[in-house]
Design a protein around this ligand. Structure first.
Ligand code: AMP
Ligand code: MG
Length: 433
């Protein structure tokens, strides 16, 4: 029994993005997380999402740390210059505690190295460049303020302070911080499984010899690579035909994953059947288009376990009532752009990651742009220049089917829906890719 496709809901870019973010927040609130956590080696945790809280196991730094090679002094002794002080010891990084002078008295100094503990009594370190030592006396030509070149014990973090919170995507700095507090393994969220389903009678596998009017499946690969980059585990399904029964069967298969990404079949053509198939499966649609280019026909919704086609994942602890899906347009550039704009935040939420705002940067426009109003545009572009002279220009392209053009691009220029002409030298928004 055919069911009419959902009434069309075409949103502005910002509204569509907000809808996605609201659902991502629901996922986080309900901790509808893909599949628990696992313990991994510290290095293997790079790029993963932390599922434990990491605290300081001791004060950081654990002792007042010298940030320079020089002399630990009492700053008050350098009020008149040059000053000559008695050198009563030498302290290297990692010095045995019993070899550190117990106190630096008036008119005394200790030679000290970067990273070494500043002894009691001293309140500053004067750089070696401003000193000359003869035997056990050092002459100092520059004064220091109290605390100069010393990081006090616990100034970076007190023992027990939260350093890395759950939901953090672990970058190299976070890995270093975990190492500094002795975490050789970290607990991270398991990667969500993201089904990738390409549709289209003209699409053939990458290994097949395409007929004269056939196209090799590239979208499954761009999407799978984007899923991997965003912290998911792609599950590639066979290419679905432009025919309802086969399409429904593969959609049902895809709904067993934590997120389903479809590509193709969401435009207005007679064989664009994705929305109809999903409607027949009682899907709920949050939007069926966004006022953007490329990617206008993008669809977002939820379809689920309560229907005759979905079912609860066997062995899954959580009672997920439905699986979110995106119907991304089939044109390869549209597929990639709409993944970035809409699918990525959902995937990150499923991966346990804390929310991130989408932020555009600014660059000077290198070549004029003429366009039409009505759609917010995300056009493949090249960001060039150096240091604070960032410039951007569009990549010449044959429209959103042009994969070769998008490979040359390293960003998208973001053009507001009400702009028709952008002049050379204007500041334009760019989204790096
Ligand atoms: P559709 O969104 O199904 O109307 O497809 C739009 C365009 O994208 C058509 O030219 C398709 O041949 C092309 N296309 C759709 N799916 C893929 C894919 N998986 N790989 C490469 N091109 C595709
Ligand atoms: Mg198609």
């Amino acid at each position: 029994m055919p069911v009419a496709p959902a009434a069309s809901t075409v949103l502005s870019f910002e509204d569509a993005r907000r809808v996605v973010e609201e659902h991502a927040a629901l996922i986080r609130a309900g901790r509808i997380h893909a599949g628990g956590t696992e313990s991994v080696d510290l290095l293997a945790a790079a790029g993963r999402v932390l599922s434990e809280r990491v605290t300081a196991d001791r004060d950081l730094p654990p002792f007042p740390r010298s940030t320079r090679d020089g002399y630990a002094v009492r700053s008050a002794d350098l009020s008149s210059l040059p000053a000559t002080l008695d050198v009563i010891g030498e302290i290297k990084a990692g010095e045995e505690p019993d070899r550190i002078p117990p106190n630096i008295g008036g008119r005394q100094a200790a030679s000290i190295m970067t990273g070494a503990p500043v002894p009691a009594g001293a309140d500053a370190v004067v750089m070696v460049e401003y000193t000359s030592q003869q035997e056990h006396r050092v002459e100092i030509t520059h004064s220091v303020t109290p605390g100069e070149n010393v990081v006090p014990r616990g100034a970076e973090a007190r023992e027990g302070t939260l350093l890395l919170d759950r939901g953090l995507r672990l970058n190299p700095a976070a890995i270093a911080l975990a190492a500094s507090v002795g975490k050789s393994r970290l607990q991270v969220y398991k990667r969500p499984r993201v089904a990738v389903l390409t549709t289209g009678d003209e699409i053939v596998d990458v290994d097949a010899a395409p007929g004269p009017t056939q196209i090799r499946n590239s979208n499954s690969f761009s999407l799978a690579a984007q899923v991997q980059q965003a912290g998911g585990e792609p599950v590639l399904l066979p290419v679905a035909p432009d025919e309802l029964q086969g399409l429904r069967r593969l959609i049902a298969e895809g709904l067993k994953s934590d997120l389903l990404l479809l590509t193709g079949g969401v435009s207005m053509g007679r064989y664009d059947l994705v929305e109809q198939a999903l409607s027949e499966m009682h899907a709920e649609f949050f939007f069926t288009g966004a006022k953007i280019q490329p990617g206008r026909p993008v669809v977002f919704g939820k379809c689920g376990a309560g229907t005759p086609f979905g079912k609860l994942r066997a062995g899954s602890a959580r009672e997920s009532p439905a699986t979110y899906f995106f119907g991304l347009p089939g044109n390869p550039v549209s597929t990639m752009v709409t993944f970035e704009l809409f699918a990525r935040p959902m995937l990150e939420a499923l991966a346990g990651q804390a929310p991130r705002n989408l932020i555009f940067l600014h660059a000077r426009l290198k070549k004029e742009i003429q366009t039409k109003t009505g759609l917010q545009r995300f056009l493949p572009a090249i960001l060039s220049g150096e240091f604070e002279q960032a410039e951007a220009e569009l990549v010449p392209w044959q429209g959103s089917g042009d994969i070769a053009a998008i490979v040359r691009a390293n960003c998208y220029i973001v053009i507001p829906a009400d702009r028709e002409r952008l002049a050379v030298g204007e500041w334009v928004a760019v989204m790096p890719r």
